[in-house]
Design a protein around this ligand. Structure first.
Ligand code: SAH
Ligand code: SF4
Ligand code: F3S
Length: 433
């Protein structure tokens, strides 16, 4: 049996794609191996979202090339978004790569890996019909499962490479997805996370995303359901109602805002103003009490001046996110904003980034300290990194929570919070189940 080793970069959708690739390859006789040393096939499943992500992969490819020099019959492949984005440059920078396959080409991967010859074999055609709905997924196991419900993105935010590398939006059939959720719950999975780049744009022709969430939340045995990432302009009242009314839907939402300045939001083509976004936050908080919110922010977008940046800072202070992912703008060839250059100097981007990181650390710590004395419901995942003998899991609000064991992964325990940092709650078990 040939063996395959795969490294995954980028977002959760890529992690899910790795499980899909492994499931598909398993049917074709490949078994997974934990390291590159003895692997017959080495794959890097890559990301193109920022330049840094691509630089890391190019460096890593250089390292992995040595396995190919030692064992020339090793097949080295680059899959995913960066394969799609950098096809030409990859051929120049890493001519020893055997296979280049984009996000819509995984079906052909076994065939391309089996083909001989020195030239790279490519599967880079974007296919607006491809959903892989019929392919088996080799899931990692554990209490949580990630389920891709839609692929691609039609929104074309001016900074973003995703629509170019993942192609047009398409949704998997709702009944197929509910069946998957049912099978996962029956196999012991307690929490399902629906994935899509604009997950709430899901529509299979009959069901919208609210319908899919309602039907899935009703699956017996499933304790929690989440989804990521919703686009703020696609948050329908029907979806908010489903979140408010289905007990299995966790009170947590990652709602990327990108900027607090209307001028920047317009140039990003985000399709909402800051005030509309904040009104949405207010509706969510009214309908789903205690909902935890997180976000993504880009600093140093072309044309972002001090006033724009101050507007982002002010929005973050007003919204009080539980956590935030903060990024320096990185120009991506092929996007609209690429034509506007990169006028904000890197030092200035770093300064803005540090400022928001510090601000958010303080907000996260304060929110979490406010939970001391409260009880949180924790789905146990496994041993905590420390202290020894402690267990860890996530609260319904998706906060990492640690407590003294014993407990079994999959258990639900109620933890009384005794202390908190900006990232972790810790406490003791007050009740089980
Ligand atoms: N589909 C999601 C975002 C996916 S990409 C959404 O629309 O919300 C994840 C995050 O990466 C984005 O939210 C954005 O904050 C960041 N990002 C995307 N392109 C970027 C770029 N060119 N430079 C810096 N950050 C970027
Ligand atoms: Fe990129 Fe915008 Fe699509 Fe998100 S919605 S993936 S940021 S284009
Ligand atoms: Fe990266 Fe592709 Fe995800 S570009 S962020 S791996 S969709």
């Amino acid at each position: 049996m040939p063996s395959v080793y795969i490294e995954t970069y980028g977002c959760q959708m890529n992690v899910a794609d790795t499980e899909l690739v492994l499931g598909h390859l398993a049917v074709h006789g490949y078994r997974r191996t934990a390291g590159p040393e003895t692997a017959d096939v080495i794959l890097l499943n890559t990301c193109a979202i920022r330049e840094h992500a691509e630089e890391r992969v190019l460096g890593r490819l250089g390292e992995l090339a040595r396995y190919k020099r030692r064992r020339p019959d090793v097949r080295l492949g680059v899959t995913g978004c960066m394969a799609q984005h950098l096809r030409q440059r990859l051929r120049e920078r890493a001519p020893y790569v055997d296979v280049l396959v984009g996000p819509d080409g995984y079906r052909r991967l076994p065939e391309l890996l089996a083909a001989g010859g020195a030239d790279p074999h490519v599967g880079l055609r974007l296919d607006p019909e491809e959903t892989y709905a019929d392919l088996p997924v080799a899931r990692e196991g554990g209490v949580r499962a990630w389920v891709t419900v839609m692929r691609g993105c039609d929104r074309f935010c001016t900074f973003c490479i995703v629509p170019y590398v993942r192609g047009r939006e398409r949704s998997l059939p709702g009944p197929v997805l509910v069946e998957q959720v049912r099978a996962l719950a029956a196999a012991g999975v307690r929490e399902v996370v629906f994935l899509g780049q604009t997950v709430n744009a899901y529509h299979d022709g009959a069901w919208d995303f609210a319908e899919l969430v309602r039907r899935s939340a009703a699956v017996p045995g499933l304790r929690r359901i989440r989804f990521t990432s919703p686009h703020p302009a696609e948050m329908s009242e029907r979806l908010i109602d489903a979140m408010a009314e289905c007990p299995a839907v966790a009170p947590q939402l990652h709602l990327p805002v990108q900027s607090g300045s209307d001028r920047v939001l317009a140039r990003m083509q985000r399709d909402y103003r800051a005030a509309e976004y904040e009104a949405l936050v207010a509706r969510l908080r009214a309908r789903v009490p205690g909902i935890a919110l997180s976000t993504d922010v880009i600093v140093g977008f072309p044309g972002e001046d001090e006033a724009d940046f101050a507007a982002t800072e002010a929005l973050m202070r007003r919204v009080q996110y539980d956590s935030a992912f903060l990024f320096k703008y990185s120009p991506r060839a092929g996007t609209r904003a690429f034509g506007w250059g990169d006028p904000v100097p890197d030092e200035e981007k770093s300064r803005r980034l540090r400022h928001l990181v510090d601000l958010q650390e303080g907000i996260s710590a304060e929110i979490n300290r406010g939970l001391v004395g409260a009880r949180v419901e924790v789905l146990v995942e496994g041993p905590a990194r420390r202290p020894e003998g402690w267990m860890a899991g996530k609260s319904r609000e998706m906060k990492t929570t640690v407590f003294p064991g014993p407990a079994t992964p999959g258990d639900v325990v109620h933890v009384r919070v005794e202390s908190a940092t900006s990232h972790t709650l810790s406490g003791t078990v007050a009740a089980v189940g």
